[in-house]
Design a protein around this ligand. Structure first.
Ligand SMILES: [Zn+2]
Length: 104
C-alpha cells in the first residue's frame, strides 16, 4: 500500500504543477466526502436494522438509580428516562458509553 502511494504522490505533484492543484485536491475532497457519506449511511442502516430487531415495550427506569450515556468524542451526556432497548444510543458515529449511578 505504501509502495503505491509513492507513484501516486509523484503523479499528483506532476498533475498539480502542470495543470493546477485543483485537479489534485478536488478528486481527493470528493473521495473523502463520498467515503464519509457511505460510512454514515451504513451506520444509519445498521442502527435501523438493529433497532427494529431489538424494539420492545419501553419501560421507565427505576427510581433508585440514574443512568447516563456519554459520548467519548464530544462529551455529550444523555439522561435515560425510559428504556426502549438494551442498546446504547449512538452519537458522533459511535456507541455512547453507559454509566449507572446508584442514588441514596
Ligand atoms: Zn458526540
Amino acid at each position: 500500500m505504501v509502495l503505491l502511494l509513492i507513484p501516486a504522490a509523484l503523479l499528483a505533484v506532476l498533475v498539480g504543477v502542470n495543470l493546477g492543484w485543483r485537479w489534485v485536491f478536488a478528486p481527493l475532497l470528493g473521495y473523502a466526502l463520498l467515503t464519509w457519506l457511505l460510512t454514515s449511511l451504513r451506520a444509519l442502516v445498521a442502527d435501523g436494522r438493529d433497532g427494529a430487531a431489538a424494539a420492545a415495550d419501553p419501560e421507565p427506569v427505576s427510581g433508585d438509580e440514574r443512568t447516563l450515556f456519554w459520548c467519548e468524542e464530544c462529551g455529550t451526556e444523555v439522561l435515560l428516562l425510559v428504556r426502549g432497548s438494551a442498546r446504547a444510543p449512538s452519537h458522533c458515529g459511535q456507541r455512547m458509553h453507559e454509566r449507572t449511578e446508584l442514588l441514596n
